[in-house]
Design a protein around this ligand. Sequence first.
Ligand code: TRP
Length: 369
Amino acid sequence: MKKEVITPWEISGEINYSKLKEQFGTQLIPENLRKKIGDIHPLIRRGIYFSHRNFDSWLKDAESGKKVSILTGRGPSEKMHLGHLMPFLAAKSLQEKYNCNVYIPISEDEKFFVKKSLSFDKAKEFADENILDLIALGFKPSKTFIIKDFSYPKVYEYSSKIAKLITYSEAKAVFGLKPESNVGWSFYPAVQAFHILMPQFIEGPHKTLVPVGIDQDPFIRLTRDISEHSTINLNKPCAIHSKFLPSLKGSTKMSSSDESEANLIYLSDSPSEVKRKINKYAFSGGRDTLEEHRKKGGNPDVDIPFQYLKMLFEPDDKKLEEIYNKYKSGELLSGELKKITIGKINSFLKEHQMKRKSSKKQLKKFMLS
Ligand code: TRP
């Protein structure tokens, strides 16, 4: 097994999610809570969001009609792929259910500081491109607020308030800063803590929920540590943490840092690209020969096309179960399963790409200035 490495900027090796939860000190989302909110989104119902901090208290306020908000951000290091969708899909369905404000900060600064090869202009360009994808997901325009770190005027003011409460050695311990890391990087944790508190800085104290990949928990922890300080006086943020969408070849996370483009499905991919990538690269849990597959059945639990259906593209539990059983019994072949997944991804992308064309017109409604 490859050694597990996990920080907000590096994820590699086999990830043991339950160990991670221990290490970070978060709670598993208990079965009863998951059932209670199962209608919100399959990502939550099916345990892809598996861990949390004070989600129960956020829900209590949301359900009793108190003001609550949702926040999740995007680091614009590249064009968006399927793996990037998860926090935003969760945020959107929570917004639909509880009719609350959603804040989306875009951290061009973070990616500019952390990614050596990313130029200043390219980071800004990806930010603008990514925002068009986010708008296309269908958030409520009157209740959704997007900011860019390089242009929202209050970023430095609020981040400074926070930076004063974080020592260098804390930042170093939590984020694995190295002697050769640039100082922009060492300041950035204060910026993301500002993001997480932004709904409260703007609207006053209330509970904010941050749906996010588990690798981002160090930021949540840090923000919870400083949010009640007398110079800030806000509520601790709540969080739900997800697992990662695996890459096509089946490694832990769909990520462009250590994968070739062939292993990722971009939101801009054409139907034929999707078909080619899935057929050529997607790791299959099917058997080597047709006879063997018919006799012994496939393994949906490691099959990437099945995992994509489960995590993103088949919302109907009954249909998913049917596919699971048929694959396991050998009735459904690997090629047939791939075909189902290709069809689902392509119909999602077709609609997405169409909606994205009108995102520019809506930009003004979403950007907070
Ligand atoms: N750091 C996140 C990433 O790399 C992006 C991000 C910026 C974010 N601000 C945030 C995530 C606030 C959650 C909350 O993907």
